[in-house]
Write a new protein. Structure first.
Length: 267
């Protein structure tokens, strides 16, 4: 039985993860944490997630619970995730990271940590989005440099990072397939007299509105036709179930930096 800790347990993903773990065979929730100053610390986690009493109380941090879990699932903010990665490194625990919005330097820290720690790091844990990554690679290779490529994403009004981690990964997949460097060919939003479009660029558009769970479209537009690859999430449970699958998979793995393509056998 894999023992799982959930950090950020009162967040949108945290609450959904608690439900997903409870409904999944072969694993059990043993630890759930929130901010030390949260008024909810000490409350029953099952009651917080609307699932009835579970007899697991919300802890103030992971630091004092290191012997109580095998894998931590982290959907929080980059700074907090890096703190938890350091704890996992010290205590030989594995970590599944769904958090997005990392800087290049922070991503480098994850790569360094993965030399001694088992990490799954993926901006989107849904099966559908990970299938889309493969379809995007194919579309980019077939349509090549004869199309304009735009990545459009929409999320709820509470999201703090943009473009989404998934949109950026989609851009990277397409750029890699075409031998381009996303760092130099990405264009983020447009305004004013922009001049004509440069076909070598990859454009990103971001929508933040209402309660949209997560929509992504990549458009390959030529003269006379266009292909659009779209994924729409209608429930956070799809991400949570992917994260639980990743946690069970990771528990048996050697140290390394993995993603959902590894977990799903799509690599
Ligand atoms: N990979 C994937 O499949 C998915 C990734 N995500 C990503 O997951 C992350 C979380 O999303 P979401 O659940 O919507 O966000 P929420 O803001 O709802 O939840 C984040 C949780 O983390 C807690 N938290 C944040 N910073 C700290 C800290 N320094 N110390 C302790 N706790 C902290 C928050 O507490 P408080 O509320 O008090 O700040 C909150 O409980 C985002 O980066 C998002 O992009 C989301 C969905 C799917
Ligand atoms: O913040 C969210 O909600 C989501 N974030 C992830 C991202 O940034 O790609 C994944 C998902 O689309 C939901």
């Amino acid at each position: 039985m894999i023992r799982i800790a959930v950090v950020g347990a009162t967040g949108r993903m945290g609450r959904t993860l608690i439900q997903a773990i409870t409904e999944s065979k072969g694993c059990q929730l043993t630890v759930a944490t929130d901010r030390p100053d949260s008024s909810l610390v000490g409350a029953d986690v099952g009651e917080l997630a609307g699932l009835g009493k579970m007899n697991i109380v919300l802890s103030a941090s992971l630091d004092n619970c290191l012997d109580q879990f095998d894998v931590v699932v982290d959907f929080t903010r980059p700074e907090h995730t890096l703190h938890n990665v350091a704890l996992c490194q010290q205590s030989n625990r594995a970590i599944v990271i769904g958090t997005t919005g990392f800087s290049d330097e922070q991503k480098q820290q994850l790569q360094e940590a993965a030399k001694t720690t088992s990490i799954v790091f993926a901006p989107n844990m849904s099966v559908g989005v990970n299938l889309c990554f493969k379809l995007l690679e194919l579309a980019a290779k077939v349509m090549g440099d004869d199309v304009d490529i735009e990545v459009i994403e929409a999320h709820h009004r509470h999201k703090v990072d943009a473009p989404s981690g998934t949109a950026l990964r989609m851009g990277e997949v397409v750029a890699e397939a075409l031998g381009r460097d996303l760092k130099t060919c990405a264009v983020y939003g447009r305004e004013g007299i922009t001049g004509e479009r440069d076909r070598k660029t990859i454009g990103f558009e971001t929508i933040r509105a209402g309660d949209i769970v997560g929509d992504h479209t990549v458009m390959f537009a030529a003269e006379g036709e266009r292909v659009e690859i779209t994924h729409k999430a209608s429930s956070r449970m799809t991400f949570a179930q992917g994260a639980v699958r990743a946690a069970k998979w990771l528990a048996k793995k050697e140290p390394g930096l993995y993603d959902m393509q590894d977990v799903l056998g799509l690599r």
